[in-house]
Ligand binder design. Structure first.
Ligand code: ATP
Ligand code: MG
Length: 320
């Protein structure tokens, strides 16, 4: 079994990414698993090249600082030749209708100058999955359809040209892993959030974290209780607190008298949880040679993982 998970450098890493994904990756103990920073995927909408490069390094550093084993991590663009070769092969077994039907594409392709990459990136995602032979891909609802496409393409290629790809499947990450935006509990905390006041970034200074938590919306019930349906904003704060302290959200509420006490507790817990990650990340970013070394080694291993599969696919497709 091989799991593959990625994070897109479309913005600064936030607490949702950390609690819902990165910290989990660091705690999982499955040898063949692979984690990657999907910088190629960040190019489907307008972006700034220098910022993309910086965010890619930042995310790689956060993964390593959190304790994701360095030998399971790589940066997607370090495999550009392999991934784009395979993407082309896969695009040639994808119909236009299949690509245009993707819900993400339909949702995001509004307005003028929609990038062609937005239409084709699910085939790149299929290459991400099929190149290393991933069998399980933990994804949220928004990406499940893309994993389904990867399965379709694997089946079609295998059936038309010869067996080479392993069948992947989408798996749902454990529930209750959604961290909401502190200024609007109906939205998930997201990198692409327009306003960062409700988004706690892993590299925010403790002071800023504290200020953001203090400005979090609550409600007018004035009681610290874990009731997600009636008090979603307070429940979100309690879930964050619980995720940091290791309690359940109901226990986390005990002894907290009023929203000021709740916010103090949340701010302190988040600051303490992120302190070592932040300081190790900053160290790594300060030592480009060390980070480059980690990155290069990751690329070599990831490339080796997929080399025979890529060679077989190209040969079966009639190339070379
Ligand atoms: P974007 O807004 O650009 O989609 P994002 O914040 O959703 O950014 P992704 O790169 O799409 O981040 O996702 C990286 C990982 O973080 C995924 O495993 C995703 O499920 C997880 N994740 C993202 N947001 C949250 C959140 N608010 N709570 C828990 N997990 C999250
Ligand atoms: Mg996302």
């Amino acid at each position: 079994m091989t799991r593959l998970s990625g994070i897109t450098p479309s913005g600064h890493v936030h607490l949702g990414n950390y609690l819902g994904a990165v910290r989990r990756w660091a705690r999982e103990d499955a040898d063949g698993d692979l984690y990657f920073v999907s910088d190629l995927h960040a190019m489907t909408t307008p972006y700034r090249p220098e910022l993309l490069r910086a965010l890619t390094r930042e995310q790689l550093a956060v993964l390593i600082a959190t304790g994701v084993p360095a030998d399971r991590v790589f940066v997607q663009s370090d495999l550009t030749p392999e991934l784009t070769s395979l993407t082309w092969v896969l695009q040639c077994v994808t119909t236009y209708g299949e690509a245009a039907r993707m819900t993400q594409f339909k949702e995001k392709s509004t307005g003028a100058s929609v990038r062609l990459g937005l239409l084709t990136y699910p085939t790149l995602m299929a290459a991400d999955i099929l190149l290393p032979g991933a069998t399980e891909v933990p994804v949220g609802d928004d990406q499940a359809q893309h994993v389904e496409l990867a399965r379709t393409l694997a089946r079609r290629f295998n059936g038309t040209y010869g067996e080479v790809f392993v069948m992947p499947k989408a798996i749902m990450p454990p529930v209750a892993a959604r961290v909401a935006d502190l200024s609007d509990p109906s939205r998930k905390m997201a990198k692409s959030a327009r306003d960062s006041i409700g988004v706690l970034h892993v590299l925010d200074e403790p002071d800023l974290l504290s200020r953001k938590v203090k400005r979090a919306v609550t409600d007018n019930h004035a009681r610290v209780e874990y009731r997600p349906a009636e008090q979603p904003a307070v429940a979100n704060l309690l879930e964050i607190l619980a995720a940091c302290t290791g309690d359940g959200p109901r226990d986390a509420a005990a002894g907290l008298d009023g929203y000021a006490a709740l916010k103090d507790a949340v701010a302190e817990a988040v600051i303490e949880e992120l302190r070592p990650v932040r300081s190790r990340t900053l160290e790594l970013l300060d030592d480009p040679a060390e980070l480059d070394k980690i990155r290069a080694a990751g690329a070599v291993r990831a490339r080796e993982r997929g080399a025979h599969r890529l060679a077989s696919a190209l040969r079966l497709a009639g190339l070379g």
